[in-house]
Design a protein around this ligand. Structure first.
Ligand code: FUC
Length: 850
C-alpha cells in the first residue's frame, strides 16, 4: 500500500472549550445510593462530597483534603546508622533472613490516616420510598450532581456542585409548585463534634480529629483523642441556608424549612492544618476564619452566578479532551450500574468505556487542583475513621499512578499538588536520610506518606505473618516521584518549572549516589538492602524479603539518573555533579533475562513462573519508565512480555490498570483491551470481598481494589490514552496499540512529550488524519504503524521527502536537532515516520492517503 503524508500548517484557532453537552457523559441511576460506593463524588481538590440522592433523606458525606489524624511525627530511627551496615553485610553474605530481621530495627510508625469530616443531612417530610420518576445523575460535562423525582404532582430537583474558584459546596433545591419545600437540615460527624446555630439560617459544626488511629485491622477503640495537650486537628463546617418563600427556624441544633419555593444551601469548611511541620492543635490556624470568609464571599453571589463560575472553571480543564468510539450498542439507555452489570456478557459497550475514561479525568480535576493536597489512595473521598491502608499516600505505586494521566490527558495543572508535596517530602526526607542512614546529601521517601509528609520507613501491621520489610525496606519513592518533574517538563516545555524543581531532582539523585554500594563480587553499583515491593523471592522453596539490586530499584535509579543528566544539560547547571551521575549510571547493575525468558525481578534468577503477585515492579522500565521498548530493546521487551504472561491478567484494580499500560507499551492493544474489560467487572459494594480477590468497578464507577482505591481509575485512563498515543521513545507514535474492537473513533486534545497537542481520527483500524499543535516549537517526529512509502511535506519550515527510519532513538523531546532528509525502508517492525520542524502555536495536519 502506498500512503502519502501531507503536512501543512495553519494558525491555531483558539477554541478554549466546546460548549455543547455530550449526553453520553453522564453517570445516572434510577434509585438512590444505599452503599457509599454507589453515591456520586463531587470535589474541588479541597472539599469532597458523596451525594446519595435519597428521597426521604438526602445525605452528603463530606471530606476536607487536610483532615487527617495525627501531627508531624517523623518516625526516624537513630538505630539506622548502626544497623544498616549489618543489614548490608548479611545481604552480601546471602543471609537474607537475618537481613530482614535486622531491618525491622530501623522501622518507624505507620502513617497518619485520612479522615471523614462530616455528613450533611437534608431530611424531608416525604417517605423514603422510591417515586416512579426518580433519576439521579452526575454530569461530567459540568460537574453537577442532580436528583429529580416527582411526588404527587410536585416535581422536585436538587442540584449540587463544589466550586473551585468560590471554595464552597452549593446545593439548590427547587420544586415546580410554590411553597412545597419542607425539610430539616442537620450536620453530624464520625469524629468528636458539636453543632450550634448562631442565627436561624446558620449552622456550625466544630470538630476534633484523633491524634492517633490504628490501622484498619485493629478494633475501633484504637482511635485516640487527646484533649490534654491539644494534639489532633480542629475543623469547622459552616452552612448557610437561603430560601425563597416560606421560612427557616432553629430547631435545637437543626434548621427547619417550611413552605419554601427554593432552598439554597451553601457549605464551607476548614481545618486547623497550618503546614506539614506544625502541630495542628498547638500551632494550628483557626478554622473558623477561613470557613466563614469563604462562605461570606459565596453567599453574596447568586446561585446562577456561582454555577456559571463553577462550570467555566471546570470546563476549562475537562473540555480539552474528547474521545469518541463507535456508536452505542443499545445499552446506553440503561442506568450506569445496569450497564456495568451487563458488561461482562456484553463487552462491546464502548460508550461505557468512554464514560469511564472521562470519569478518570473528572476525578483528577475534582481531587487535585493547584493549592490542594495531592490525591490520596481514595482521592479525597473517604467515609471511614479507619480507612483501608489509612487512605494515605502509598508511594510504591499508588500515589504515582494517580498522576499518570495528568500530562497525557491534558490536565497538567492538576499535577501541581504533587510537586508542592515533593518540596515538603524533600525537607523531611533529608532528615530521614541523615538520622536513619547518616546520608547528609539529598532526601529519601519510603513506601508510605501522609499529610505530615512522613518519609521514614513505615512499620505497623505487625499481624502480617510475612512481616514488614517487604514493603518498608524501600527507600525509592523520592527517586520515582522526582521523575514526575521531568515528565511534566517534557509535556509542557516549561523550563522555569524545571529550573525551580531542579534542586528536588538533584537531591533525590544525591541520596541515590550515597545509597548505592559497590557489589564486591562484580564491581557494579547495587542497592543493598533492596526489595521488589511487597513480593518475596523464593529460593529453594523458602521465601525471603530483603536482598539486593532488585530490577525495580535499578530501573528507578536509571530513569532518575537519565532525567537528571538531561535536565542538567538543558539547564546548563551542576556540571561536576552531573558527570558523577553519568559515571554512576554506567555502572548500575543491568537488566537480566532469566531462565524462563522472563525479565528477572531479582538480583539472581529466582523468579517463580507461577507467581501471581499483583506487583510486577520489575517492569518499571517498560512503563512508566522508558528503558524498554519493542523497537529499541526488543529482547528486553520480549522478556517483559513473558513476565506479564506468567503473572496473568486478573488482579487488584491498580494492578490491572498498570497491566493495561504495559500491554499498550508492548503494542498489544488487544491484550490491553481484554484487561480493560476485566476491570469492568461489576463489584457489588454490599458484599464483603477479600482485598486480593480481583478488582473491578463499583456502581459509581469507582475502582475496586477491592476496597475502593482511586489509582485504578487513574491508571486505566492513562492506559487508554497510551493505546492511542505514545511519546516516550523520541517520537509521537500515532495509534501504536489500537485494539481491534476500536475500529473507528477519534480523540482530540491529548498531549505528547515535546508539548504537542494531538487529535486523531481513525476508521477500520487505520489512521485517517492527525493534527498536531506545537506548544513550544521544535522538531516533531511522527511514527505510525501504517506503511509509508512516500512523504510530502508542505510545512513552511520542513524539507520535502524526509521520511526517516525510526529504528533508532535519538533522544527525548523537545527535539533540538535538525531533521534528517533520507528516505529509507524500515527494518524494525512496521513503523514508519517523518520528522518536521514545528513553529510554536501552529497546527500541522497529517493525512495518510491510500
Ligand atoms: C500496596 C498494595 C496494595 C494496596 C496498598 C494501598 O500495599 O500492595 O495492593 O494497593 O498499597
Amino acid at each position: 500500500m502506498k500512503i502519502t503524508l501531507t503536512i501543512f500548517s495553519f494558525l491555531v484557532t483558539t477554541t478554549l472549550y466546546a460548549q455543547q453537552r455530550d449526553a453520553g457523559l453522564q453517570l445516572w441511576y434510577n434509585k438512590p445510593a444505599v452503599a457509599w460506593e454507589a453515591a456520586l463524588p463531587l470535589g474541588n481538590g479541597k472539599t469532597g462530597a458523596m451525594v446519595f440522592g435519597g428521597v426521604g433523606t438526602e445525605r452528603l458525606q463530606l471530606n476536607d483534603n487536610t483532615l487527617w489524624s495525627g501531627y508531624p511525627e517523623a518516625g526516624n530511627n537513630p538505630n539506622g546508622p548502626t544497623v544498616l551496615p549489618q543489614v548490608r553485610q548479611a545481604v552480601f553474605e546471602g543471609d537474607y533472613e537475618k537481613a530482614a530481621a535486622l531491618w525491622k530495627k530501623i522501622q518507624g510508625p505507620y502513617s497518619a490516616r485520612y479522615l471523614p469530616m462530616a455528613d450533611l443531612w437534608w431530611r424531608l417530610q416525604s417517605k423514603d420510598t422510591l417515586p416512579a420518576s426518580y433519576n439521579r445523575n452526575l454530569d461530567l460535562n459540568n460537574a453537577v450532581a442532580t436528583v429529580r423525582y416527582k411526588i404527587g404532582n410536585v416535581q422536585y430537583q436538587r442540584e449540587t456542585f463544589i466550586s473551585y474558584p468560590a471554595k464552597v459546596l452549593v446545593m439548590r433545591i427547587t420544586a415546580d409548585k410554590k411553597g412545597s419545600i419542607d425539610g430539616v437540615l442537620d450536620l453530624t460527624s464520625k469524629l468528636h463534634f458539636k453543632v450550634s446555630t448562631s442565627t436561624a439560617d446558620y449552622l456550625v459544626l466544630r470538630g476534633k480529629a484523633p491524634k492517633f488511629v490504628a490501622n484498619r485491622d485493629y478494633e475501633p477503640q484504637q482511635v485516640i483523642y487527646d484533649s490534654a495537650n491539644g494534639e489532633g486537628m480542629n475543623f469547622e463546617v459552616h452552612v448557610k441556608i437561603k430560601t425563597e418563600g416560606g421560612n427557616v427556624v432553629q430547631a435545637g441544633n437543626q434548621l427547619r424549612v417550611s413552605g419554601a419555593n427554593t432552598v439554597t444551601i451553601y457549605l464551607s469548611e476548614a481545618t486547623s492544618f497550618n503546614g506539614f511541620n506544625k502541630s495542628p492543635g498547638l500551632e494550628g490556624k483557626d478554622p473558623a476564619v477561613e470557613a466563614k470568609a469563604n462562605l461570606q464571599k459565596a453567599v453574596a453571589l447568586s446561585y446562577e452566578q456561582l454555577k456559571a463560575m463553577h462550570i467555566r472553571d471546570y470546563q476549562s480543564l475537562f473540555k480539552r479532551v474528547e474521545l469518541k468510539l463507535s456508536a452505542d450498542n443499545g445499552v446506553a439507555k440503561l442506568p450506569t450500574d445496569e450497564r456495568l452489570k451487563q458488561y461482562a456478557s456484553n463487552p462491546t459497550d464502548q460508550q461505557l468505556q468512554v464514560l469511564y475514561y472521562q470519569f478518570g479525568r473528572y476525578l483528577l480535576i475534582s481531587s487535585s487542583r493547584p493549592g490542594s493536597r495531592p490525591a490520596n489512595l481514595q482521592g479525597i473521598w473517604n467515609d471511614h475513621v479507619q480507612p483501608p491502608w489509612g487512605s494515605n499516600y502509598t508511594t510504591n505505586i499508588n500515589t504515582e499512578m494517580n498522576y499518570w494521566l495528568a500530562e497525557n490527558t491534558n490536565l497538567s495543572e492538576c499535577h501541581q499538588p504533587l510537586f508542592d508535596f515533593l518540596k515538603e517530602l524533600a525537607v523531611n526526607g533529608a532528615q530521614t536520610a541523615k538520622v536513619n542512614y547518616n546520608i547528609t546529601e539529598g532526601w529519601v521517601v519510603h513506601h508510605n506518606s501522609d499529610l505530615w509528609a512522613k518519609t521514614s520507613p513505615p512499620g505497623g501491621f505487625d499481624w502480617d505473618p510475612k512481616g514488614m520489610p517487604r514493603w518498608s525496606c524501600w527507600p525509592m519513592a523520592g527517586a520515582w516521584l522526582s521523575t514526575h518533574i521531568w515528565e511534566h517538563y517534557l509535556y509542557t516545555g516549561d523550563k522555569a518549572f524545571l529550573k525551580n524543581a531542579w534542586p528536588l531532582m538533584k537531591g533525590a539523585a544525591q541520596f541515590m549516589l550515597h545509597w548505592l554500594v559497590t557489589d564486591p563480587a562484580n564491581g557494579l553499583l547495587v542497592t543493598n538492602p533492596s526489595t521488589s515491593p511487597e513480593n518475596t523471592m523464593k529460593i529453594k522453596g523458602k521465601e525471603y524479603q530483603v536482598g539486593m539490586a532488585t530490577t525495580m530499584d535499578m530501573s528507578i535509579i536509571r530513569e532518575l539518573f537519565t532525567a537528571v543528566i538531561k535536565s542538567g544539560s538543558i539547564l546548563k547547571t551542576d556540571k561536576a555533579f552531573c558527570e558523577q551521575v553519568i559515571k554512576a549510571k554506567e555502572k548500575l547493575y543491568p537488566f537480566h533475562i532469566g531462565q524462563y525468558g522472563q525479565l528477572q525481578e531479582w538480583f539472581k534468577d529466582w523468579d517463580d513462573p507461577n507467581d501471581k503477585h499483583r506487583h510486577l515492579s520489575h517492569l518499571f522500565g517498560l512503563y512508566p519508565g522508558s528503558q524498554i521498548n519493542p523497537a529499541t530493546t526488543p529482547a528486553l521487551a520480549a522478556a517483559a512480555k513473558q513476565s506479564l504472561i506468567f503473572r496473568g491478567d486478573v488482579s487488584t484494580g491498580w494492578s490491572m490498570a498498570w497491566k493495561i499500560n504495559w500491554w499498550a507499551r508492548l503494542q498489544d492493544g488487544n491484550h490491553a483491551y481484554k484487561i480493560l474489560s476485566d476491570a469492568f467487572t461489576y463489584i457489588d459494594p454490599t458484599v464483603t470481598r477479600d482485598a486480593m480477590s480481583g478488582g473491578g468497578t463499583y456502581p459509581n464507577l469507582f475502582d475496586a481494589h477491592p476496597p475502593f482505591q482511586i489509582d485504578g481509575n487513574f491508571g486505566a485512563t492513562a492506559g487508554i490514552t497510551e493505546l492511542l498515543l505514545q511519546s516516550h521513545n523520541g517520537e509521537l507514535a500515532l495509534l501504536p496499540a489500537l485494539p481491534d474492537a476500536w475500529k473507528s473513533g477519534s480523540i482530540k486534545g491529548i498531549k505528547a512529550r515535546g508539548n504537542f497537542t494531538v487529535a486523531m481520527d481513525w476508521k477500520e483500524g487505520k489512521l485517517v488524519k492527525a493534527t498536531i499543535t506545537s506548544g513550544s516549537g521544535g522538531l516533531c517526529r511522527i511514527s505510525a504503524l501504517q506503511p509509508i512509502k512516500e512523504v510530502e511535506v508542505t510545512s513552511n519550515k520542513s524539507k520535502g521527502n524526509n521520511m526517516n527510519p525510526l529504528n533508532t532513538s535519538y533522544g527525548q523531546p523537545p527535539y533540538e536537532k535538525e531533521p534528517k532528509a533520507t528516505l529509507t525502508e524500515l527494518k524494525v517492525g512496521e513503523r514508519y515516520g517523518i520528522d518536521f520542524v514545528t513553529e510554536k502555536g501552529k497546527t500541522y495536519t497529517i493525512v495518510p492517503v491510500n
